[in-house]
Design a protein around this ligand. Structure first.
Ligand code: SAM
Length: 207
């Protein structure tokens, strides 16, 4: 258990919402959904003590940017210290809902990926809606919003996305749902895309 997380959890349990960081295998499974060849702008919500941030920084291209939003001042500072020498990584001690403003400040219109570990199920419905609409608007047409959470409830609030892939991942304490929301169906794994309907004999005869 990480001592900084435990201390921050005791200070504000509903905001921090965890005591054990995501396991290495969950981090790898979530980030396995990212195409690092094309990921030039990645946004992370709820960086915590940095288990995803470190792996992202390891795998992102030298010309990529990673914007990390962490509401808790102590955890944001802990993240900043870890990435002091990596100018691709920007840590914001701000609400995830503000991420588009920060992208604009950098002259960036849209992100390739938003990866989120914030406790959506604890958010007020209005706040949840605000963040989800901002994410949909702030992603490139082939962008993805990837969420890991203890419940799959978010899928019911992300109908603005063209498609979803949901996985239940057991090798973590607690087990997590990984929900990948695709802005376009083109980024779905080929086997999951809807097959084009075969024309009937009559339709085929008229073509
Ligand atoms: C469940 S933890 C996930 C931490 C880490 N990514 C992991 O998986 O081990 C959620 C983190 O999100 C942060 N958080 C909660 N609400 C947030 C918000 N609206 N904007 C940014 N960060 C937030 C909390 O402070 C906490 O560090």
């Amino acid at each position: 258990m990480s001592s900084i997380i435990f201390r921050r959890f005791l200070a504000d349990p509903l905001k921090i919402a965890y005591v054990v960081p995501s396991s290495k295998s969950l981090v790898r499974r979530v980030l396995g959904k990212v195409d690092f060849q094309r990921a030039k702008v990645v946004v992370e919500f709820g960086g915590g003590e940095g288990c995803y941030t470190r792996e992202l920084a390891e795998r992102l291209a030298p010309d990529a940017r990673l914007l990390v939003f962490e509401l808790d001042a102590h955890l944001a500072e802990h993240l900043r210290e870890q990435f002091r020498d990596d100018d691709r990584v920007l840590v914001y001690e701000k609400d995830a809902a503000t991420f588009r403003d920060e992208l604009r400040e950098l002259g960036i219109l849209e992100a390739d990926y938003v990866i989120s570990g914030i406790p959506f199920s604890y958010l007020e419905p209005k706040k949840k809606k605000e963040i989800l609409h901002a994410v949909h608007e702030g992603l490139k047409p082939d962008g993805q919003f990837i969420v890991y959470q203890v419940t799959p409830e978010l899928k019911g609030h992300t109908r603005m996305f063209a498609a979803h892939e949901v996985e239940y991942f057991l090798a973590n304490i607690p087990p997590m749902f990984i929900v990948a929301c695709h802005k376009s169906e083109n980024t779905l794994q080929p086997k999951r895309r809807k097959k084009p309907r075969k024309p009937s004999r009559r339709e085929a005869a008229h073509t």
